[in-house]
Design a protein around this ligand. Structure first.
Ligand SMILES: Cc1cc2nc3c(=O)[nH]c(=O)nc-3n(C[C@H](O)[C@H](O)[C@H](O)COP(=O)(O)OP(=O)(O)OC[C@H]3O[C@@H](n4cnc5c(N)ncnc54)[C@H](O)[C@@H]3O)c2cc1C
Length: 386
């Protein structure tokens, strides 16, 4: 049986980032991915990147991610994350006025330049927007979007260059936890690997894996859609935006279309392997109606289809990160906002797995759900904004 210092289950952006950050640390590491790198929800992500967070630790981590994405080619040995800084507009109702002002001040103080804009200022700077129901806006200068597949593949390729072994098409079928003596990872091909430390970063499939080492985590899965539209004759909106009043976000693509997805929760689904990954016509129409209400000039947008994928959701919509059994760690429950966190967060997860956790990570431990210390997240129903 092979032996490695660290095993990682999952080749999504979180597993890839942990592998990337472990690559130079002098430990042997192997990633087990049952399909392809970024072949799960990561590859279906809208990959909007912002540091507009109310949780101070996540605001810092997101900022570090954006900085890493800026230097992606340099830090990955020439790979491209498809990253574009467009600026990001966050449209709030009047109930958020004080909190948006405070958040903008706090973010700007840590270097994430963010303006709180009154309705008059919004009307001046964003004349295409109908501001019905709006009380205030947040404008984050440095927000944007990346390509989720290129980003994940780039991180994983760099991890490989620095010695990490990546086993694609390799399913973990059983975990045999041996107390303080590591874990035997049993694979679909009948072989096993003995790992000293194990990181579960398996997205919506993390809960059942954690249960095999004795940790019952309250993680659920939700189906969420992304709808795409051609701009039609209307002038394009060149920046990402989130309409918290109506509950959707939108992102321009470099070509001639843009994408839209919901900001609000969906019903929990039972089996993550059995979702309908098609966008339904009524889902596309509902999102288009909201967009056109906010941007009347877009009334001739052309529906171009879309897709559905999975969020792995925790009870407070914040990530679940910590040690769940001796030498077994979890990084999951990213609740639909984990793409942009991953590049920066991977460094903290790597430190955690190596036994040197940053105190800022403590709040994300799964024990918060049993002690009632759930975290605040986002704005009203839009908890996805973290
Ligand atoms: C439609 C959609 C839009 C999104 N938009 C955004 C956004 O705009 N901005 C943002 O920040 N976030 C967004 N997210 C969220 C973000 O994409 C996720 O938080 C992130 O991709 C989760 O990455 P992950 O690596 O934790 O999990 P995943 O991508 O789920 O990867 C887990 C991997 O584990 C593998 N695996 C599972 N079980 C096993 C096993 N037994 N053995 C081996 N491998 C296994 C799977 O095959 C999978 O590849 C969006 C998500 C979706 C679905």
């Amino acid at each position: 049986m092979d032996h490695v210092d660290i095993g990682i289950i999952g080749g999504g952006v979180h597993g890839a980032s942990a592998a990337f950050h472990l690559g130079d640390r002098g430990v042997s590491t192997v990633v087990f991915e049952r399909g392809d790198v970024a072949g799960g929800p990561t590859g279906r992500s809208s990959a909007v990147c912002r540091a507009y967070y109310t949780n101070p630790f996540l605001a810092r981590v997101a900022r570090e991610s954006l900085d890493l994405l800026d230097r992606f080619a340099e830090v990955t040995g020439g790979h491209d994350a498809g990253y574009h800084r467009t600026g990001g507009l966050f449209i709030h109702g009047p109930e958020d006025i004080e909190e948006v002002r405070r958040t903008a001040r706090d973010l700007t103080a840590i270097g994430t330049i963010t303006d709180a804009l009154s309705v008059d200022e919004l009307a001046d700077r964003f004349p295409a927007f109908d501001l019905t129901g709006v009380g205030i806006g947040g404008w984050e200068q440095g927000a944007g979007y990346a390509d989720p597949v290129l980003t994940t593949q780039g991180l994983m390729a760099r991890a490989r260059d620095t010695g990490v072994e990546v086993r694609r098409n390799t399913e973990v079928v059983r975990l045999e936890h041996r107390g303080g003596r590591g874990t035997i990872v049993h694979l679909g091909d009948g072989t096993s690997v003995d790992v000293d430390r194990l990181l579960i970063a398996a997205g919506p499939w993390s809960g059942p894996l954690a249960a095999q080492v004795g940790a019952e985590l309250p993680l659920t899965a939700e189906r969420h859609v992304v709808a795409t539209y051609g701009w039609g004759p209307a002038p394009r909106i060149e920046h990402v935006f989130a309409d918290i009043v109506q509950g959707y976000y939108a992102k321009p693509e470099r070509s001639d279309h843009f994408i839209v997805g919901p900001l609000t929760p969906s019903p929990t689904i039972d089996d993550p392997d059995a979702i309908d990954d098609r966008l339904l016509d009524e889902e596309s129409e509902e999102l288009a109606t909201k967009v056109i209400r906010r941007l009347p000039g877009l009334e001739e947008i052309e529906p171009r289809g879309g897709w559905a994928s999975l969020y792995d959701v925790s009870p407070d919509w914040q990530p679940v990160i910590g040690e769940i059994a001796d030498g077994v760690f979890i990084d999951a429950g990213t609740s639909g906002h984990g793409f942009k966190l991953a590049p920066g967060l991977g460094r903290y997860v790597a430190d955690l797995v190596l036994g040197d956790p940053d105190p800022g990570l403590e709040q994300f431990g799964p024990e918060r759900f049993t002690t009632g210390a759930g975290l605040a997240s986002g704005w009203g129903d839009a908890r996805i904004l973290g």
